[in-house]
Design a protein around this ligand. Structure first.
Ligand code: BEZ
Length: 405
């Protein structure tokens, strides 16, 4: 990380602020601070995720797996017990400032884990980025901007940028021989950024996007859009929907009778965690994502078994992101012996984080604080994701506009 301003905070200013805070607490006690803290006050973990509406499944999967990972480590971070302070984001961008400030200023949490929704992530990053604490860990929202122009020393992500799974998806669609495509997504930053990345790759490879359809978020009335797609007869459709909206879109697409003649592609959220509900309507859909349920590694097998035992549900990419958020916290808090006041050291530990054995395979943190990871090509068969291969190896987001990268 260089010393230039990022999101209004230079690294030097950030380190100076955290060192001053550490000096005050060290002077106040003759007992070494880290020793005094360990085993006493609880670590406060703020969580701002959706537990209602179309993304409720995503928020629940992340939370369950985060708690599972911390429970596997004895329920402690750096030797301290954990207190969870949870808010339902309701996927509301207007409520995001008050929710973020409640966790940061009223509850005085040490870390904020959230959100799922890119629009909320941008609001949170604007509030939290210019501060040195609390540290924000994004366990889903892919907003390119958060680890782009809004990147900051105290903002980390354990999931993906919207560009990462979408760009290889556009390449796959072109490689499969398609020339004319339609893109369709919810009308907000995640949909726009994913469609732009898929289109960029598809058109670079000689394809042509003949129409971009935007559906107001979180609406799920697709009939008029599907009639238009059927009339325009593209070779393929590239789509972003997730959670409850993805179930409805894939089922409606199949019911419109175009699944076999106009194949569906997209970032893997389209079929992730919803296979049971989508049933045969998802058969043959090809998507790209940083996870596939059938990844053949010991960490994935152990994770899936533990998650299923704890929740009674099958794990999905959102659970993997929650689980890896837990792993990042465990690593960083161990590095500072539980001293959440040692912000600069916490940040340093998170920046150097590398996970050779995540359920998704190997990943490490980029200079912009986003995972560098493999993107897999999957295809749905018999209600299950089937891994087709690696669509992009160790893919780093370009982090356009991030001055730390
Ligand atoms: C987002 O808003 O960034 C997002 C939401 C659901 C799935 C993937 C991305």
């Amino acid at each position: 990380m260089n010393d230039k301003a990022a999101n209004g905070v230079s690294r030097r200013k950030f380190l100076k602020g955290t060192a001053a805070a550490a000096g005050v607490s060290a002077a106040a006690s003759i007992v070494p601070v880290r020793f005094a803290i360990a085993g006493t006050a609880k670590v406060k973990l703020g969580i701002l995720l959706p537990y209602s509406g179309t993304y409720a499944m995503l928020g629940n999967s992340i939370t369950d797996a985060l708690k599972l990972r911390i429970a596997q480590a004895g329920g402690k971070l750096g030797g301290r017990a954990v207190e969870y302070v949870r808010i339902d984001s309701e996927m509301s961008v207007p409520k995001a400032p008050q929710n973020t400030k409640k966790l940061a200023d009223k509850d005085k949490v040490d870390f904020i884990v959230g959100p799922v929704h890119s629009g909320i992530a941008q609001v949170m990053a604007k509030i939290l980025g210019p501060r040195s604490t609390p540290i924000m860990i994004v366990p889903n929202a892919g907003s390119n901007v958060v680890t782009g122009p809004l990147c900051s020393p105290n903002i980390f992500r354990t999931s993906f940028t919207n560009w990462q799974p979408a760009y290889p998806g556009g390449q796959v669609m072109a490689k499969d021989g398609h020339k004319r495509a339609i893109t369709i997504a919810w009308k907000y930053s995640a949909g726009r950024q994913m469609m732009a990345a898929g289109r960029e790759a598809f058109e670079k490879a000689g394809g042509n996007v003949i129409k971009n359809i935007e559906v107001p978020f979180p609406k799920v009335e697709f009939q008029a859009n599907l009639s238009e797609i059927a009339a325009l007869k593209p070779d393929a459709v590239f789509a972003f929907f997730s959670g409850g909206g993805a179930v409805k879109f894939v089922k409606d697409y199949d019911a419109a009778g175009i699944r076999k003649t106009i194949p569906l592609y997209g970032p893997g959220f389209l079929t992730e965690g919803v296979s049971k509900a989508q049933g045969a309507a998802a058969e043959g859909i090809r998507t790209t994502l940083h996870y596939s349920a059938d990844l053949d590694n010991a960490a994935n097998r152990a994770f899936r078994a533990a998650y299923e035992k704890a929740t009674g549900k099958a794990a999905n990419v959102f659970a993997v992101q929650g689980y890896d958020t837990g792993s990042l916290l465990i690593k960083a808090m161990a590095a500072v012996g539980g001293d959440t006041g040692a912000t600069a050291d916490l940040v340093k530990a998170m920046e150097g984080a590398e996970f050779p054995e995540s359920p998704r395979g190997h990943w490490k943190m980029s200079k912009a604080h986003n995972p560098i990871q493999d993107i897999y090509l999957r295809e749905v068969h018999g209600g299950k994701q089937q891994l087709q291969g690696v669509a992009a190896k160790a893919l780093a987001d370009p982090a356009r506009g991030c001055r730390m990268a």
